[in-house]
Design a protein around this ligand. Sequence first.
Ligand SMILES: Cc1cc2nc3c(=O)[nH]c(=O)nc-3n(C[C@H](O)[C@H](O)[C@H](O)COP(=O)(O)O)c2cc1C
Length: 177
Amino acid sequence: MEFKDVMKKRRSTRRYTGQPVEKDKLMRVMELALRAPSSKNTRSTRLMAVTDLKRVHELGKLRDWGSSLLEEAGAAIIILGDESASPMWQTNATIMATCLQLALVDEGLASCWVHVGDYRTLQDDPESKRSEDYVKELFPEIPEGYRVWSVIAVGYADYTPKPLPEYEGPERILFVE
Ligand SMILES: Cc1cc2nc3c(=O)[nH]c(=O)nc-3n(C[C@H](O)[C@H](O)[C@H](O)COP(=O)(O)O)c2cc1C
């Protein structure tokens, strides 16, 4: 797919067919995403693909809002960051996750970012379990010292999202000539 078509086709997709996602496709997109730039080339981000659907669906409870879409996903990719490797680990992780989402489009796959960061499992309860701790308890495989930044839900879309508007107007692009 041409790069401009990848950019135009990408949308956050929140309904999937439930079909599992093939491991070779996940491998290809992750290898591409690892080429993302990082501050001072610290390469602080790691990717953990989950194809065990039971555990993918369990991830859907990492928050009580905005994460249940994982219960239909065909795979998940957990975005991990080594905070000791770079003070920019969150930025590095964000850039890699974005590259990953674009690579998924090129493989004919849909995705949606599910944020973890500093969120809690219950939106209205600041004392509730941290979403990051929920994910770490579910995945003891997460290497020591790594933070959980987000989870990318992956799957085959069961609808065609509308493309983004072609051009939103001049207010978001400035030129100084
Ligand atoms: C940093 C970030 C966090 C996001 N967190 C969530 C989330 O937790 N749940 C969700 O359903 N969508 C999440 N999204 C997806 C946004 O809602 C989506 O990108 C936005 O509405 C624009 O839609 P589009 O991606 O289709 O262009 C997140 C996106 C970003 C970039």
